[in-house]
Design a protein around this ligand. Structure first.
Ligand SMILES: Nc1ncnc2c1ncn2[C@@H]1O[C@H](COP(=O)(O)OP(=O)(O)OP(=O)(O)O)[C@@H](O)[C@H]1O
Ligand SMILES: [Mg+2]
Length: 205
């Protein structure tokens, strides 16, 4: 039983390689690593946005803190965000937790030196709608756990390992100095019925 579970888990981890064309992924990883930074440093952020649009990316979201674009194949998202220690640490955490489905799949994220931008290539997720009962139940558990005056680990009860791990991770992240937890329907998305945490914390530096 354990072997079957391990095998299924391995297949799940490789799923993105099977489902998404590897070529596209490699192309966008290379773009983030090289071109994006060259363009950003020489011509600025608007030129990076223009370059993405020329590659066929569609703009999803614009705000004071970020610009989000979707790839022509619809499988990838590139987020250009003003660097924030909170988001940076969350992405580092997500990269450590790529086997935990509550975290987004991150293919590349760069925020180097004194640069003011963090450029992240990740999976395309869907918004959370009212009928996503499973995802909502998990979100309700996480928010009530994290918003409680005293976070009571005993209350985790019989939640899955991955959900408990996520709650414990966020607890630690939110407690760090100048970190502000911001977990609600606007900071999560979903992969099918699976809740995915996307932007749960900001840092007031
Ligand atoms: N992986 C993703 N897949 C699909 N859409 C995404 C993804 N990441 C972000 N988005 C879209 O971009 C929006 C903003 O993302 P996010 O909250 O991570 O950035 P933000 O800089 O905090 O923006 P805001 O200040 O508006 O909250 C999300 O509400 C969602 O619509
Ligand atoms: Mg946000």
């Amino acid at each position: 039983m354990k072997i079957i579970f391990t095998l299924l888990n391995k297949v799940w981890q490789r799923m993105d390689y099977i489902v998404y064309p590897l070529q596209d992924k490699n192309k966008y990883v290379a773009w983030v690593e090289k071109e994006a930074w060259d363009i950003l440093n020489s011509k600025g952020i608007m030129a990076v946005e223009k370059n993405l649009e020329n590659m066929g990316f569609k703009r999803f979201h614009n705000s004071n803190s970020s610009y989000v674009f979707c790839s022509p194949c619809g499988n990838f998202v590139i987020k250009l965000a003003y660097a924030n220690e909170g988001y940076k640490q969350f992405i580092e955490l997500a990269l450590k937790r790529q086997n935990n489905p509550y975290y987004p799949k991150i293919y590349k994220s760069i925020c180097e030196g004194d640069d003011n931008f963090q450029i992240t290539l990740m999976e395309n997720l869907s918004p959370l709608y009212g009928h996503n009962t499973f995802a909502y139940n998990d979100l309700r558990f996480l928010t009530s756990f994290l918003n409680a005056r005293t976070r009571n680990f005993l209350r985790m009860g019989k939640r899955t390992f991955n959900l408990k791990q996520c709650a414990t991770d966020l607890d630690k992240l939110f407690k760090a100095e100048k970190m502000h937890g911001n977990l609600n329907t606007t900071s999560v998305m979903r992969r099918g019925m699976q809740l995915v945490i996307t932007d749960p914390v900001y840092h007031s530096s």
